[in-house]
Design a binder for this molecule. Structure first.
Ligand code: G3I
Length: 350
């Protein structure tokens, strides 16, 4: 039987997933959990750390790094023949800064002090891991979805604006990891009828090109969502298709490649009953992936976790009826679901 990575490989693509660090014996989406590690081994060619490469995890203070957990993940991935993506060198949103960075005093020469902290971060990671990481989400979520404007942070205030910070991040990454694919990663608010987020992302991508900022690809996170009650999820996806394509056509016309970086399905609009819910999730995913995979510019496809048991959706987006979200290819007992079949069929079809 075809696996997710085999199906993707048919068209020269890599399939992968996020995973986490946890001590041996803990029930978690970790390589240290043999049941979860077996799923990673079966279905994935690429792995990405869900949280452990973020500033909050790696950078307890301006002058200290803590690599213990992320190192263990990279070592395991390399020993077991996986490739690795890096998420993320700079999450451009103060909400997810480590607390010290939001209150940092940049002193008499704030622009160079702030740039120094950012450069030191990117340089240190890129040099430590070298070719072990072939692709980076250099910048994550810099656009405010409500306005389409770039988010301001302590770094942007010190460095004369967000555009300067983002350019700096990409240029430093290019110099420190010349082998790596450099990605701008965002979620685009696909389904909520508010176009501002996408308009903001498009203008950011245009500005990158105008300034010659070294960005290779757009990371389309793909936390796709069924929010309204629907009985035919495939039809819903095809209703959204023209708008998705308008956006993607503009992105590829600017010469960007595409990566699906964080795929899963939010199922709030579907009934709690498992059979129709799994059918709706699978149909929506199939229609979405068919659209994405029709772009030859689309390379790797990564899920944001393989099992509902450990999915961020359980905590961040609980269903109003209290049922466990079913947005991942394996269920809470690590059994494959119709979503996995739909993903395999879409990838194999290519
Ligand atoms: O590990 C600590 C634990 O020690 C502590 O006791 C506990 C108490 O809050 O928190 C644990 O950390 C949590 C971490 O997930 C690991 O579970 C953080 O609070 C929590 O904020 C963090 O959430 C992550 C979130 O990004 C913020 O970093 C989610 O797991 C992760 O799935 C989510 O991923 C994001 C992508 O990076 C960017 N795109 C959207 C995506 C989904 O929101």
């Amino acid at each position: 039987p075809l696996t997710l990575k085999d199906a993707a490989a048919r068209h020269g693509r890599r399939f992968g997933s996020a995973f986490a660090w946890a001590p041996p014996g803990r029930d978690a989406a970790s390589f240290n959990n043999p049941a979860y590690a077996a799923l990673l081994q079966r279905d994935c060619a690429v792995l990405v750390a869900e949280n452990q490469m973020k500033w909050q995890a790696l950078r307890p203070s301006a002058d200290r790094f803590d690599f213990a957990q992320f190192d263990a993940m990279v070592d395991w991935a390399m020993r077991n023949g996986f490739m690795m993506r890096g998420h993320t060198l700079y999450w451009a949103y103060s909400k997810w800064f480590p607390a010290w960075l939001n209150t940092q005093d940049f002193g008499q020469r704030p622009a160079s002090a702030a740039a120094g902290i950012l450069d030191h971060h990117i340089d240190t990671i890129a040099k430590r891991y070298g070719r072990k990481i072939y692709s980076y989400d250099v910048v994550n979520e810099a656009v405010d979805p409500d306005t389409g404007a770039l988010r301001e942070t302590s770094l942007s205030r010190a460095m004369g604006g967000t555009a300067n910070v983002l350019d700096h991040a990409f240029r430093t990454a290019r110099a420190a990891a010349p082998h790596a694919e450099l990605v701008y990663n965002d979620y685009m608010s696909w389904e909520d009828g508010n176009e501002k987020h996408r308009v903001g992302v498009l203008s950011l991508l245009e500005e990158f090109r105008r300034r010659g900022t070294p960005v290779d690809a757009l990371g389309v996170q793909s936390h796709i969502g069924l929010f309204q009650p629907t009985t035919d999820a495939g039809v819903l996806a095809h209703r959204l298709e023209p708008e998705w394509r308008r956006f993607l056509d503009r992105v590829v016309a600017m010469g960007y490649r595409l990566v699906i970086t964080e795929f899963d399905v939010r199922d709030r609009g579907l009934p709690a009953a498992i059979a129709p819910r799994d059918r709706g999730v699978a149909d929506f995913a199939r229609a979405y992936l068919d659209i994405m995979l029709s772009y030859p510019q689309l390379g790797d496809v990564l899920a944001w976790g393989l099992s509902d048991r450990y999915s961020w959706l359980r905590g961040f987006e609980p269903r109003p009826d209290g049922a466990v979200a079913r947005g991942c290819p394996y269920d809470i007992d690590l059994k494959p679901k119709p979503l996995r079949d739909a993903m395999i069929a879409a990838l194999a079809n290519g």
